[in-house]
Design a protein around this ligand. Structure first.
Ligand SMILES: Cc1ncc(COP(=O)(O)O)c(C=O)c1O
Length: 402
């Protein structure tokens, strides 16, 4: 946006930039303005996290705060300041150079990196620049465009805009489906991403991934890209990611979701891919094993599986499939769900044992179990035994591919 404004003569050296932001564009602008020597005034709702405010200040931007959650007020103030001749507003909500970055960058990158196999694109909607741009680039290629908006509450960066504040760059006809996402669902998924997948992301990213999982549950053979648009470390001071947060969250995402993640990973990493399923976790309040999350079989074999897979240069997805108490006799548990067509993985194959699977990710994003060892792992009496069994399993499955 800055470059184009310079090229068109709208912006010239020494002028002050003004922008309303929920944070991330503001931080990026602060960096760019520092490089190009523009003074910058950023207008932001007061409830945005301290990390955002501190990052902007670190780049030398001046911060003006408006009411909590008041993005509309921030946008009005930016334009009023421009009216009064106090500077130039790039206006990410109306500036066609915002989506253009995604027409020229994000869209083609996704298409290229999925080898032209992308079927769905999921993005949260704030300025709608991301979704508008990617839609322009990829709708003509048949990619289904899914946007999400908050159903309630306050999810930084995205908004259910009243009609008069709908971003001027937004064209509803370019979005095939809009999903409403709650603040709670977004926060839960954000924590699950950090705690189960090692991805520390922001709240709207949690909402987007949750929506993508919904999409993936409804379609087969899809390749879904979802935008994780900011990092979780910008939310640490909010407490949402603290050790105590999320005590009421549901159990970590189910097996099916893990496997779709792995199938997607398969399109980005050549593998080999392995899945370790632990179906032998102890409940936290187990009378005999209060501080041992996993049964002895898993404690012996998981480190061995980790070490061996790291050595192959492959990927290992660890699925914690709940405690025995949770799934035994419980037909609603994910481990007991019927399998999707073409998918051979489930309780029937795991049978309550710690199990190592060799997993194949097909080019269309689907996946299938190629081989497994369970009873052998359970029989291992020492870690050395487990390491030998894992080693033999990896060796014997080396040549397998879908
Ligand atoms: C945290 C966060 N989520 C979502 C979005 C939405 O992206 P877009 O503005 O391209 O719609 C933004 C945009 O700045 C954001 O900062």
């Amino acid at each position: 946006m800055i470059k184009r404004a310079e090229e068109s003569g709208r912006l010239s050296p020494g002028q002050t930039l003004i922008e309303a932001t929920s944070g991330n564009t503001g931080i990026a602008l602060a960096m760019a303005a520092a490089i190009r020597g523009y003074p910058l005034k950023l207008i932001m709702p007061s409830n945005m996290t301290e990390e955002r405010k501190a990052s902007m200040a670190a780049y030398g931007a001046q911060l003006i705060e408006v009411g909590a959650g008041a993005m509309e007020e921030a946008r009005d103030l930016a334009l009023a300041m421009q009216e009064r001749g106090e500077g130039v507003v790039l206006d990410q909500f109306a500036n066609t150079d915002n989506p253009r970055a995604h027409v020229e960058g994000t869209g083609p990158e996704l298409w290229e990196q999925t080898g032209g196999r992308l079927t769905h694109f999921v993005s949260s909607m704030g300025t709608t620049g991301t979704i508008m741009g990617v839609s322009e680039a990829l709708s003509p290629k048949g990619v289904r465009i899914v946007g999400l908006q908050p159903k309630d509450g306050n999810i930084p960066g995205i908004r259910r805009w009243p009609e008069e504040y709908l971003p001027k760059i937004f064209d509803r006809s370019r979005v095939d489906e809009v999903i409403d996402i709650t603040q709670r669902e977004s926060q839960e998924c954000m924590r699950a991403l950090a705690r189960c997948e090692g991805v520390l992301a922001g709240v709207s990213s949690g909402g987007a991934v949750s929506a993508a999982l919904r999409v993936s549950a409804a379609v087969d053979d899809a390749v879904i890209a979802v935008i994780v648009c900011d990092r979780g470390d910008r939310y640490l001071s909010s407490g949402l990611l603290s050790a105590e947060a999320g005590a009421d969250d549901p159990a970590p995402v189910g097996v099916a979701e893990h496997l779709s993640a792995l199938a997607l990973l398969g399109t980005a990493h050549p593998g080999p891919h392995y899945v370790y399923v632990s179906s032998g976790r102890y409940p936290d309040d187990h009378p005999e094993h209060p501080n041992e999350p996993w049964c002895g079989d898993c404690r012996r074999s998981l480190p061995a599986a980790r070490a061996a897979v790291v050595e192959t240069g492959g990927t290992l997805l660890v699925v914690e499939a709940g405690t025995r108490e949770e799934w035994k006799g419980n037909d609603a548990h994910p481990l007991r769900q019927p399998l999707r067509e073409g998918c051979t993985f489930g309780l029937a194959s795991v049978q309550g044992l710690p199990t190592l699977l060799r997993w194949g990710a097909s080019p269309t994003g689907g996946g299938a179990e190629l081989a497994r060892c369970g009873p052998e792992l359970e029989a291992a009496e020492t870690e050395a035994d487990a390491a030998r069994i894992v080693g033999e399993f990896i060796e014997s499955t080396k040549g397998l591919s879908l």
